[in-house]
Design a protein around this ligand. Sequence first.
Ligand SMILES: *Cc1c(COP(=O)(O)O)cnc(C)c1O
Length: 718
Amino acid sequence: MNRYAALPPLPERLNRLDELSEDLWWSWNPDGRQVFRKLDYTLWRATAHNPVRMRWIVSQAKLEAAANDPAFLAVYDRALAAIDDARAGRNTWWSDRFSHLSGKSIAYFSAEFALHQSVPIYAGGLGVLAGDHCKEAGDLGVPLIGVGFMYPQGYFHQQVSADGWQEESYERLNWADAPIEPALTPDGKPCITAVPLGERTVLVAVWRVRIGRVQLFLLDTGLEENAPWDRELSARLYGGDRETRVQQEIVLGVGGVRALKALGHEPGACHLNEGHAAFVVLQRIHDLTESGSSFDEALEEIRRTTIFTTHTPVPAGHDAFPFQLVEKHLAGCWGTLGPNRERFLALGSYDNGGGMQFNMTALALRSAGKVNAVSELHGRVTREMWAPMWPGVPEPERPVAAVTNGVHVPTWIAPEMADLFARYLGSAWMEMHDTPALWEGVLAIPDQELWAVRQNLRRYLFSFVRERARNRWTVERVGTPRIVASGTLLEPEALTIGFARRFTGYKRPELIFHDPERLARILNASERPVQIVFAGKSHPADDVGKHHLQRVYKRALDPVFGGRVAFVDDYDLHVAHFMVQGCDVWLNNPRKPLEASGTSGMKAAINGVPHLSIGDGWWAEGFSGSNGWLIDGGVAGDNGDAVDAADASALYRLLEEEIVPAFYDRDAAGVPARWLTTIKQSIRSVAPRFCARRMVKEYVERMYAPALERTIEVGRQG
Ligand SMILES: *Cc1c(COP(=O)(O)O)cnc(C)c1O
């Protein structure tokens, strides 16, 4: 399909440019990025790095110039050669090791995917994990197929009012500007699938996003043929009430499996990323009973081939519905499964404190043969939390493993940092970045060079922040206090703390303001100033989170802090890139043990931004003593106020006694040697271990390959 048919054709020499821009692979390949950056740098910035959008507005003269520029063409040709190579999937980690599984695939179901800011189908950490998982699977040659939702209105955009209240607006995605196309069935027709929902049938259109070797299929109920309320089902991510939610989850699970079939894919295993997708199990059991299996045989087969990852230790974070709601909306789904309806419903039955309900996590735990949490600590917490699932089984033996999260290094690494690694770790560093020994080379990077890169990355962050402030000033005409609060007074040379993530109670966004006077002294020290940049959205229904955000915003407006507290609005992947690369310290202070893993600290650490965190989530296993700082107030238990006071005081102590002195202790050339030692330890210890490459390899070796191997055996017997 050529979306640009109405435009003049591309110069012959650039005839594969559109193909490159419509595959998100370009976004993490350095040559792929350079193609669009070089083509028109002004548009590259103005579109927030969206080449599909750029193509509509780039001038023919620029295209002609590029087609005649040998330097541009060299990059362009390299990018095309690399994407062809990636798509072919020859000599990959997977093909070298798992050739006996060739032809098999794994379907990965998730309610959100964060791939790029131009595809707004994510809210936060869960989506980033799913996006990074798909990209890394492609890099390794793992035959993964993603299944999710195309939310035409995406997640909301955030504005903050003059008194700090979050306002939400939804923008309809302009399909023509996004790297998305209709998915085609094997006979070349746009794929549309019917999903039984209650007494009716809802039609679901399927879209495709290309991510190198991996394809992502997105479900969309926004079809004319559907009733207006059904069109709304996939309109927004995490909008709507319980009733909308259960229907969305039926569309994702039941509709997702049906869509794959219509597209001609028969995955050998299914990975459920969080409980949202657990109705996949229903449709798969249904299909097996349809072809003659008993319920028990079907369930056994599903258990053999289902992988489930749980993501939250917060009880309210697990979807549960009243039985009558589930029965109402599943009414049309049973078919041959009808006689076993009660047995299926029993798989989800669980009392999570609010009486017996149909619990999506319980369903997934009972029907997946391989279950994991997302950090070691989260594994222990999950085994405790769901103890009633396994009566009489001691904690260590309960069947929940841990696969600690990781981040996709090519996506999150700053280009300047990547160049430095290429020089000191070798040009093949990217191909072997999960090898710990490689990273010993970081210790040999000359301090001056590393420091120069760090200084530049901080400056890029501030020019980005100032550009946004300028925009608000000139276009939106907001008042001066809000211009200050958006970061105009930040100093490019001062120690900068970053805090960016979803604003919600357990993440304690306000902890650092616990003793405002002590904090003001730290921030305003004339020789050694410190500043804090905040960003993050609250879930639209989370009023507690919005109040936290409002109080943080009011601190940013307060002259007591000297314009050294800033709030950057509308946090998304684009903002996240600047922040995790440009700050000096990455702060995370959740109430332990409620952070399952966290990933933003990993993105920061690999860029030389050490982590300052409570020993929760990944930091409980990541902190080595010398690669960042551990906030440990020494108080545990249910007295939240006492825990907060102790943690805040520990945080101030670290800032006053360790962090600020180390950052400002400079040699004759102005280089902070002690600081750089921490940075090097941070990169060296985090990059090989908390990368998506290590993570995806673990999923393959411990979960995917065993599941696929067993399907082969079963096939032989049958
Ligand atoms: C990485 C990331 C997150 C997750 O942050 P945590 O600190 O791990 O919760 C959320 N949103 C965006 C845009 C991100 O890039």
